[in-house]
Design a binder for this molecule. Structure first.
Ligand SMILES: Nc1ncnc2c1ncn2[C@@H]1O[C@H](COP(=O)(O)OP(=O)(O)OP(=O)(O)O)[C@@H](O)[C@H]1O
Ligand SMILES: [Mg+2]
Length: 252
């Protein structure tokens, strides 16, 4: 189990995360939803130490690591356990798809080039991108780039995969292939925190949904519980607005 305790993060006097406690079971796919500006990205970024919270710790793989202290060694240790997939892919432009996936294996995990190449090819295979291994990002569609970014994160064998709106920078016709990829890795048992505004997808792929508002988790339950029977007025209002906006349905 992965446990996050008392995560507190403010920007100046704006309290974004107000003492978040979250236990994640192995294999859980936790969908994180909530209004814009409510701290969903900040939560993921604190877990990956891209932001430094004032307080908080994470227990992962049996080790408790404070999130609030800047300690290079512990940051590296944490990053070995977590993999982040960003909205805008963040691939290295001057490296091929294969080299992008190999990068962390060689530089962080110190694998030989040959071994890294074999492992990277397996991950590209997993996301259906092995035929594109020699292509540079600029010759790939957004959806393909995001699948390479997912392969890159998976190559590090993270205990926890963090995905921050992985489809929101994509043209609508490319969203489906990335959702399909995420769904297939979810089915393989990877543990993940998925921030997404694709409500029908979250509902479909997550086995647990949390709703963040005002720095706190205000709903936490199965997709059915949260989407069908939200307890908080905030979530009820949010869903009412969402349904009015008529989300496209991705039935995969
Ligand atoms: N680096 C920063 N400096 C100052 N304020 C920040 C910074 N990053 C985030 N914030 C503020 O923290 C709050 C939470 O931002 P965050 O990006 O985590 O929200 P979010 O839930 O991911 O929103 P969205 O759904 O729009 O992506 C916002 O009020 C935002 O303005
Ligand atoms: Mg965000």
């Amino acid at each position: 189990m992965i446990a996050i305790r008392n995560l507190k993060k403010s920007f100046r006097n704006n309290t974004v995360l107000d003492g978040i406690d979250l236990d994640i079971n192995k294999g859980d796919v936790v969908g994180i939803i909530g209004p814009s500006g409510t701290g969903k990205s900040t939560l993921l970024r604190c877990i990956d130490r891209l932001e430094t919270p004032e307080e908080g710790e994470i227990t992962i793989d049996g080790k408790t690591i404070p999130l609030s202290k800047h300690d290079r060694k512990q940051t590296l240790e944490l990053r070995r356990q977590t993999g982040m997939v960003f909205q805008r892919f963040n691939l290295f432009e001057r490296k091929t798809a294969l080299e992008n996936v190999m990068e962390g294996l060689v530089t962080v995990q110190k694998k030989s080039k040959q071994e890294a190449k074999e492992l990277a090819m397996q991950e590209l295979e997993r996301v259906g991108m092995s035929a594109w291994s020699e292509h540079y990002p600029k010759h790939l569609s957004g959806g393909q780039q995001q699948r390479v970014a997912i392969a890159r994160a998976l190559a590090m064998k993270p205990q926890l995969l963090l995905l921050d709106e992985p489809t929101s920078a994509l043209d609508p016709e490319l969203v489906g292939e990335v959702l399909e990829t995420i769904r297939s890795i979810a089915n393989e048992g990877f543990t993940m925190l998925l921030v997404s505004h694709e409500m029908s997808f979250v509902r479909n792929v997550a086995n647990r949904v949390i709703f963040l508002d005002n720095g706190k988790i205000v709903e936490d339950g199965t997709p059915e519980e949260v989407f069908e029977h939200p307890k908080s007025q905030r979530a009820k209002d949010f869903f009412a607005k969402m349904y009015l906006m008529k989300q496209p349905e991705y039935t995969i």
